[in-house]
Design a protein around this ligand. Structure first.
Ligand SMILES: Cc1ncc(COP(=O)(O)O)c(C=O)c1O
Length: 384
């Protein structure tokens, strides 16, 4: 029996309170490495393009857009994604959404019916179970392997006659693991074994797709499994999370392709989500071929990993995202995170990601704040 969405909200809201209280208590001395809100600008280009779009905008540029977004925007995104996934996307396959959150909610509500069983991997992005519980979709959290990579065998074991879908994040949030082609092929093989009452859907959450900071290739799940819906977040890619821009992409090989896209568009209308704002849609089109400069993030990742490992902290070996995923010195991750918060350092306990015993650091700032926080983490680690 899965927890209710009310029960799932308890730890999330407790952490939100701890976060707010710590910021209030420590003021500018707090070091906030919890939610991914970078305090420095790694790549100014998206900000420059947005400023120039705003400066030139007239009423036609700020008009209502259709529910899936402006057609020229969708066309450009389809072209960019076609190159990245090596699949022939057209504009009809793309639905613009106000962030990846709305994309996820839209696909779950439009393409599944209450009682459909979904498989997730733990740890996973914190709100997947919340959405599923809200929509009456029972789920199984399948543990990842010790290195936090996919375990296709565990998916096969968790399959039930009512399983209709699997959700993965690639690269993985919260860990930063990049699933490799072999793992994606094995996962696809498990899905392909189940064809009744229709092919199961794979939801590939690529919210962090542009954040492979050491250039490790990040293979697209859609290239391995036919019935895949991809979720993207442009806010995340350009460090403008508050601008709420993302999209859904229906694989051109998915059947029924056009009916699926229509169901998503209808759901956008029914839920009142609407497409992102007119300007951020234009921004998405302008930047869809641009790869963000991640050199600053790569330096921070290497620096932080070196310092933590030198102090004996176990840090997961990963290649993507702004996150580091590290083992707590005690089983109770919330207790360890509360101790750090008591010293003004905010990180997230892994229990929010539906696994115990780890914590997640978001590299939101550089020295001296980051070094201070690392020193405190290492001290508390040694003390535990
Ligand atoms: C895996 C994953 N999916 C979705 C989201 C939500 O993204 P957005 O801010 O575009 O709604 C996040 C945000 O951190 C995430 O990590």
């Amino acid at each position: 029996m899965n927890p209710s969405f009310g029960e799932l909200l308890v730890p999330l809201e407790e952490f939100t309170r701890l976060h707010a209280n710590t910021l209030r208590r420590f003021g500018r001395h707090a070091v906030d490495l919890a939610f991914p809100n970078p305090q420095f600008l790694a790549d100014p280009r998206p900000y420059e393009v947005l400023a120039s779009l705003a400066a030139q905008a007239g009423p036609p540029d700020l008009r209502y857009s259709p529910f899936g977004g402006f057609t020229p925007v969708r066309r450009r995104l389809a072209g960019a994604l076609a190159k990245q996934h090596s699949l022939p996307y057209t504009f009809n396959d793309i639905v613009m959404t106000p962030g990846a959150t709305a994309a996820l909610h839209t696909v779950l509500r439009a393409l599944f019916t209450p009682g459909d069983h979904i498989i997730l991997f733990s740890p996973c992005w914190m709100d997947y179970p919340l959405y599923l519980a809200d929509l009456g979709l029972p789920y199984t959290l399948v543990p990842s392997k010790a290195d936090k990579h996919l375990d296709p065998g565990a998916v096969a074991a968790a399959w039930t006659p009512s399983t209709r879908g699997v959700i993965i994040s690639q690269p993985s949030s919260p860990t930063g693991v990049t699933h490799n082609p072999t793992e994606l092929r094995q996962l696809a093989a498990v899905l392909e074994r189940h064809t009744q009452p229709g092919p199961p859907l794979l939801i590939a959450d690529e919210a962090h797709a542009h954040q492979s900071w050491d250039c490790t290739p990040c293979p697209a799940p859609a290239a391995y499994y036919t019935h895949t819906l991809t979720v993207r977040s442009f806010g995340k890619a350009w460090e403008m999370q508050g601008q709420r821009t993302g999209c859904l992409a229906v694989s051109p090989r998915l059947t029924p392709r056009h009916e699926t896209a229509t169901a998503l568009l209808r759901q956008m209308r029914i839920s009142g989500h609407c497409a992102p704002t007119a300007l951020t849609q234009q921004l998405a089109a302008a930047l869809c071929e641009t790869v963000p400069d991640l050199s600053g993030l790569a330096d921070l990742q290497r620096h932080t990993r070196r310092q933590l490992r030198a102090a004996g902290v176990t840090v997961l070996d990963t290649h993507a995202t702004r996150f580091l995923y590290a083992r707590c010195p005690c089983a109770d991750d919330q207790k360890f995170v509360a101790r750090l918060a008591d010293r003004g350092v905010l990180v997230m306990p892994s229990s929010l990601f539906h696994e115990h015993g780890w914590f997640r650091i978001a590299l939101n700032l550089g020295a001296p704040g980051l070094d201070q926080a690392i020193a405190i983490i290492c001290e508390e680690y040694a003390r535990a």
